[in-house]
Design a protein around this ligand. Structure first.
Ligand code: SF4
Ligand code: SF4
Length: 75
């Protein structure tokens, strides 16, 4: 599951940024952001957020379709 910041809810307190184990979070314009390619999906950012501004969603379907398209290429 991929974490997603609710930009309308996040107040930029930075707690999640400090607690993210691989340090793949930061803030831009006082809103938390995540480098999702490097996220370890530990869920700590969602646990520590005091106002429940972190949600989780499944990876976008295009990952699978891209992979299938790649495997279908002639070799
Ligand atoms: S799920 Fe874990 S690794 Fe990913 S952004 Fe949140 S705290 Fe960092
Ligand atoms: S802990 Fe929650 S409110 Fe604070 S910066 Fe992270 S997502 Fe935003």
């Amino acid at each position: 599951m991929v974490p997603v910041i609710d930009a309308f809810r996040c107040d930029g307190c930075g707690i999640c940024v400090l607690r993210c184990p691989p340090q793949v979070m930061g803030t831009v314009k006082s809103i938390a952001v995540i480098i999702t390619d490097l996220c370890e999906e530990c869920g700590i950012c969602a646990e520590v957020c005091p106002i429940n501004a972190v949600r989780f969603r499944l990876p976008h379907r295009s990952y699978r379709s891209t992979d299938q398209a790649y495997k279908a290429l002639p070799r």
